[in-house]
Design a binder for this molecule. Structure first.
Ligand code: FPP
Length: 252
């Protein structure tokens, strides 16, 4: 039987979805278009998926928009991606405010071009009091550099006496990650058929469910998202416990 186009009332909707938006380049190449056209269509998908997640009751969405490794792409593609980001933020500000969407970023955003940084700062400031829905853009993000930055910040806090040397809890350390107080993702989706994490939220996704779909990001729609949520809701999240402890029938 085909999956419903909207998550059914019995489906458990993940509070936080993180997405590796992949396949823009292939989408464009398949049509004989320049790669940047795929990224432009990818921005339309971003709008569509924000709307769909809000409709389905998801509270947080994290998008891998530019990885720390993406600087290795041809300069014109990097420049075009940065301009797209700036334009997207300019155009979307009113919608974020109207829909009470808080924008956050994770990653070394201080290394982004000044125009993109200005637009990010403006949007973050204008939306910082909203709590209905949080959109986090991973920009110049990589989990490994995040751990290095967190270790520096943690060591400084230890040296300043803000953390007790006997405190070895994950809770204390994880506050120094870029994600800080953001809850871990429940579901990580990667489009385009690739089944890698590519340095994305490696620590935060420790207990996440993963859905890999062959659909290219520009083609990813509301129904694909509903299917991913239906798949998530069939999974049993055990956090190290047994199935029986979690209310399942399987004693293993
Ligand atoms: C991966 O596709 C996608 C990216 C590296 C960039 C994602 C960017 C967008 C969706 C647009 C900008 C986003 C915002 C939020 C304004 P790829 O180019 O690696 O595709 P390929 O693997 O088919 O080549």
């Amino acid at each position: 039987m085909a999956e419903p186009a909207v998550p059914h009332a019995t489906h458990q909707v993940p509070a936080h979805i993180a997405i590796i938006m992949d396949g823009n380049g292939r989408w464009a190449q398949q049509r004989g278009l320049p790669r940047i056209e795929g990224h432009r269509r990818g921005v339309e998908t971003v709008r569509r998926i924000i709307d769909a997640t809000r409709e389905f009751g998801v509270r947080m969405l994290t998008l891998y928009a530019f990885s720390a490794e993406n600087w290795r792409r041809p300069q014109d593609e990097v420049g075009a991606l940065m301009r797209l980001l700036e334009l997207y933020l300019k155009r979307e500000l009113k919608t974020f405010v109207k829909n009470r969407i808080q924008l956050r970023t994770i990653g070394r955003t201080h290394e982004l071009p000044p125009g993109a940084q200005r637009q990010l700062a403006r949007t973050i400031k204008a939306t910082r009091d909203f709590s209905d829905y949080t959109l986090t853009l991973a920009l110049n993000y990589g989990s490994r550099s995040e751990v290095v930055d967190a270790a520096h910040s943690y060591a400084a806090a230890l040296a300043a006496g803000e953390i007790s040397p006997s405190d070895r809890s994950w809770e204390s350390f994880s506050r120094h990650l870029y994600t800080g107080d953001l809850p871990d993702p429940d579901l990580v989706i990667r489009t385009s058929g690739e089944t890698r994490l590519s340095n994305f939220l490696l620590l935060q996704a420790a207990y996440a469910e993963f859905v890999f779909t062959p659909v290219l990001w520009p083609d990813f729609g509301r129904d694909d998202l509903a299917q991913a949520i239906a798949e998530y809701s069939r999974r049993e999240r055990r956090y190290g416990k047994t199935s029986a402890q979690c209310g399942g029938s399987d004693e293993q």
